[in-house]
Design a protein. Sequence first.
Lengths: 555, 360
Amino acid sequence: MRIGVDVGGTNTDAVLMDGTNVVSSTKTPTTANVSEGIAKALRAVIADSGIDTSAIDGVMIGTTHFTNAVVERKHLTPTACIRLGLPATVCLPPMVDWPDDLREIVGGNAHLAHGGHEFDGREISAYQPDEVREIAEKIRDAGLNAIAISSVFSPVNATFEEQSADIVREVIPDANITLSSEIGRIGLLERENAAIMNSCLRQLAARTVDGFKAALDELQISAPFYISQNDGTLMNAEFAKEYPVLTFASGPTNSMRGAAFLSGLRDAIVVDIGGTTTDIGVLQHGFPRVAALAVDIGGVRTNFRMPDTYSIGLGGGSLVSPHPKSLPHKEGGTSTTQQDSPSRTLGEGAGGWGDVKVGPRSVGYELTEKALVFGGDTLTATDVIVAGGSEDIGDKSAVAGLDPALVTAVQARIMEMIAIAVDRMKTSATPVPVIVVGGGSILVTGEIEGASEIIKPDHFPVANAIGAAIAQVGGECDRIFSLAELSRDEALDQAKGEASERAVNAGADAASIEIVDVEEVPLAYLPGNATRIMVKAIGDLVEAPPSVPSMNGGK
Amino acid sequence: MRIIDEAVLEDLALGAAVLGTGGGGDPYIGKLMARQAIRDYGPVELYSLDELEDDDLVVPTAMMGAPTVMVEKMPNGDDIVNAFQSVGKYIGKPVKATMSIEAGGLNSVVPIYCAARLRVPMVDCDGMGRAFPELQMVTHTIHGISSTPFAMSDERGNTVLMETISNLWTETFARSVTVNMGAMAMIALYAATAAELREAAIPGTITLAEEIGKVVRRARLEEDEPVETIREAVGGYLIFKGKIGDVERRTEAGFAKGDAIIDGIDEFAGQSLLLSFQNEHLAARIDGEFKVTVPDLLAVLDVDTGEPITTEGLRYGFRVAVIAIPCADKWRSPKGLELVGPAYFGYDTEYVPVEERYGA
């Protein structure tokens, strides 16, 4: 059996799964000490199911902890950066596009050295080991041991990054080094940014992952545990300590993977409705479609393979306006609705609700205090759905007086908002299945234009934890090949080989590896048939080596 | 004379994306370069053409190459200075200022880097009033100004200087040298005096880009009819509103070409617009009939936010407004249309100015 845990900003969800069955699930508030919240959630699902902890084969944890550390500028280790590419790139040194406060915390210790490659593999300039050694000594003398190394076109050729790392390790034996080629794709600044962030998160990652381990030990769970990555695959504890940035945005990915699993569909649109926002994403072959553009983390541009999601301000707690006058509306209560068309009343009838507005403002996590059905004084989307009769939540009588025409208009408006957002994420006009998950799924009461069917699977509120529980392991290759020297098939084979090898290194069972995504982009302007090839391979988790639990059990 | 500081630069880059008509390269890297130079060397003076002496020599600077490479192998900085100074050295006269050759996209801001580093002013004009895919497509060509002496420099310190018999030949040679330099080069070209530029260049385009940027920024904050606000700022016409129904792309002779079909919504329901692009948006046909073509500008904006959408950013399901903007008058001369009219890009139609079809 597996346990999946999703640590979100508000809730920590956990599910216990036996094969493809959900045995038990729980939602608990996230705690300041992340490990405590996880322990609590684990205790709840185990107690609920009554199983013995020895029956647990693995624990999969999805967390936003490292993203939050960057956003909140907390627990970051000062980090130096060495970039190989002289004489190119001088006008934009490392961290040039960072917000000042974050650059200051990280230290702004940046160095340029010779090396780097052209798009076609030629060297920009000769690599100079002595130059790197001098830089390493400066970094050592500055008292730093966290270092990121980048090199121009290292996704095409990473040799210089690797050689530099060897030299840095000779000078600083306990160096914590991240190579940009291990993390990002084409786009030097973004890839380098991600590498720097990775090195500055490693201390926190070690502490946090050890904390997870301690929480499992406390519950006498001896099964290995894994952390989910933003591409919907897992990494083991040791790998997570090495690459904490790969957890960024794993939340929406888990939710979409969970939706795929619960519905049994591999190609569909996923609509994840929460309290305040609705995230729409696309499943392709069971994995989230990846965003093509740069992703901003705490004010820094990165180019991870993040899920391509589109968010709208619609959720269970969304405010509905115009707010009908004749509802109990306490003076001095919530001040969130008064500015919209105060002249409207309940009596305006069917024709009067044409321009009804839902969201983007929301009562959010205060839904259970402020919504009418929970004794509050604010008309929310949830209230309207209850009034419509499709759900029975809280005190139904509190919304009995709502104009049926308003209810109809709000329901229609919600379906229209969802339909437009779904349409935006589709790639063609062909109708596709839509899977609805998340706590706010009750908002969906009708048909969605452009959807071939609407699926609201069981256990939809904890789809994210399920997504964590069922994750596999994967590897990628993303670089430019010159088809003047290789045939297309040879290039594809090479790319598939590299992706598979990375999946195995990440813990996949080599026999189960499957190529799930191949994308080729011919590059305009470039000669020699330069083509960017992106391949993703995934496989089932290999049984964890027994050494993993003992390696970090020291403290 | 006005000052380009960091705040002006932000607006300028934003407006340049609208004038880029879907192409012109992502101004992000150029903006970062210019911002860093302003921080290190101070703000840049922007002169109008009228403020220059007749024989003041102006040398435009720009970046040329593959967008994929620009985001990976950024310039040295000395390279752009080398290109600029080589042209001056070859001519043998002092160069007074630099300017943008292309006010749309990346190259609107690249000269700011050069101007800041060398503490030379920039001139408020350009050679396109928008973005175009080829080097000879500038109003300078109409007025017989040669693109040469043409200098291309790489980060290693190499500079290739050329003299050619036509600006089209410059384009041809420049493409192959760019590849040798690693698919990216910094260039200086089209040297001209202020007197010549008063005839040949399109004045005020840097200020125009900045003003458009201001409008876009304000519209982003206030979310109040951004499309209409932008349309008004650029003096354009709303020719269509719709949903992108299909996008087809192909690569031909090194250019990213394609067509998008936009199905009408609101007052345009029932109609269909065919948008054709080659690096930039080039022509719009509504229900099969050409309505707007080059050299007039086509800006495709997100219908809700007013954000300009690039040709690479066109995707099924996006709801967009299509704004047509009259091009500079210079492009409407027979010589101008020969260079950048619909026929040059392979469209079988006469050019009709957008005001004639959409003006009151």
